[in-house]
Design a protein around this ligand. Structure first.
Ligand code: CA
Length: 420
């Protein structure tokens, strides 16, 4: 499908991540009040304002956009999602008869502050990137035990904290935690010295399930996708992770990009998961392509005055288990899924070194520090560094963007600020 032209001129530029083909959903404020908005070129369409003015009404019950969150809209289900997208395409399309009514509800994106686009009900993070799992396993356990014996059969994951999910732009405070160096007999409580990122995608569940769901049903339950950075304290993780997996190492924060890119916008970019080394059990079989071709990169900026250095480039299609497989597996034992549940894909690394989605892998556990354009080197994040994830699906004359997923790391609390 080619670019769909809009009367919002900036949406027709080949450079924008927000053409009419995208229409991602966010929550913004530009004068204090938080509202639901849709990105179009360099503008945000205030859909809370459109609903109040009676221009759109996605639900017979008015007020779906009266709270600044997309959860209420998700609740309406896939048929309402499609109808609303078609309506927006009509209202913003070139030659729309309703331009004069809609235009007063556009705000400059550059002046807006973005907020969490939805309320996270529960958060589960998977470990579905094969190159990442192999690299980390090699560093933690040696090359012969790199992939755990279950890895080629199950999308493994852990239950994270919904309360720790924050929107891009939120500062991230370096955590304290219990660590143990291999050369010391006893653990110590200290600030993390190996604080890291994980380049991931996030999927947002838009429909409730009660009982097991198939991979096909899982696909219809997903509302949309975001970029996700699972901030990780490697020194805390190395000491605590066996046998129940990561806990405090992943509890500091998880950042997401501000715009939910809908499944509909990504439809032209579907692609298959990589070849299977082992046959999967039938409940994990995919009826068709379930990944998307989304180019991803990570940059680091030691100071906002410096130019950022891109330190990794990879693609979402490297993931071994799709979100649909993850979601199907997640329901096998009976746990209901709810509107607003967030899944993390697991770190997305490609096969070669510049395609690695964490500093742990890029710098090989501190053994091969990476060089930045500023002349500095990095093994792990230093205070003041801003880490930014970007993602783009490139179509026929247009691009689908997510907005940046950025976070600046600030110094840990002083010892005197701790309660012990
Ligand atoms: Ca992760």
């Amino acid at each position: 499908m080619p670019l769909i032209n809009s009367w919002v001129g900036s949406a027709n530029s080949p450079e924008t991540g927000f053409p009419l083909n995208n229409l991602p959903y966010g929550v913004f404020s530009s004068d204090g009040a938080m509202r639901c908005g849709v990105a179009i070129g360099d503008r945000i369409l205030d859909v809370s304002g459109l609903e109040t003015a009676g221009i759109v009404q996605p639900d017979p019950q008015p007020g779906v956009f009266s709270t600044p969150s997309w959860n209420g809209f998700m609740q309406l289900g896939p048929a309402a999602w499609s109808r609303f997208r078609a309506e927006l395409t009509d209202l913003l399309g070139e030659g729309s008869m309703r331009r004069a009514e809609v235009e007063p509800h556009l705000f400059p994106m550059a002046e807006a502050v973005m907020h969490m686009p939805f309320s996270v009900t529960e958060y589960t993070d998977f470990y579905a990137g094969r190159h990442h799992a192999t690299n980390v396993g090699t560093m933690f356990r040696g090359p012969e035990n790199a992939l755990p014996p279950n890895w080629l059969h199950i999308p493994i994951g852990y239950n994270g904290r919904a309360s720790s999910v924050v929107v891009s732009g939120t500062e991230i405070r370096r955590p304290w935690g219990q660590v143990k160096s291999p050369d010391r007999e006893l653990p110590a409580f200290q600030t993390s010295r190996r604080f890291d990122i994980e380049l991931e995608m996030g999927a947002i569940v838009g429909q409730r399930s009660d009982g097991p769901v198939s991979v096909t049903q899982a696909d219809s339950m997903i509302f949309g996708y975001v970029l996700l950075n699972d901030w990780s304290a490697r020194d805390i993780q190395a000491w605590e992770y066996q046998p129940l997996g990561p806990f405090q190492a992943k509890a500091t924060a998880t950042s997401i990009s501000p715009w939910i890119v809908t499944k509909a916008a990504l439809e032209p970019f579907r692609c298959s998961t990589p070849d299977r080394e082992r046959d999967l059990l039938p409940y994990l079989h995919e009826p068709g392509p379930m990944l998307y071709d989304i180019a991803l990169n990570v940059s680091i900026q030691p100071d906002l005055a410096d130019r950022p250095t891109v330190i990794a480039r990879t693609n979402y299609r490297e993931i071994y288990y799709s979100f649909q497989q993850q979601l199907a597996h997640h329901t096998t034992a009976g746990a209901p899924m709810n509107v607003g549940d967030l899944l993390g894909s697991g770190t997305i690394s490609g096969p070669s070194k510049p395609e690695r989605g964490s500093l742990l892998e890029l710098g090989w556990g501190g053994k091969e520090p990476i060089k930045l354009d500023t002349g500095e080197t990095r093994s792990f994040i230093e205070d003041g560094d801003t880490l930014t994830l970007s993602g783009t699906a490139v179509g026929d004359g247009y691009r689908i963007g997510f907005g940046e997923c950025a976070g600046k790391v600030i110094a840990a609390l002083e010892p005197s600020q701790l309660p012990y």
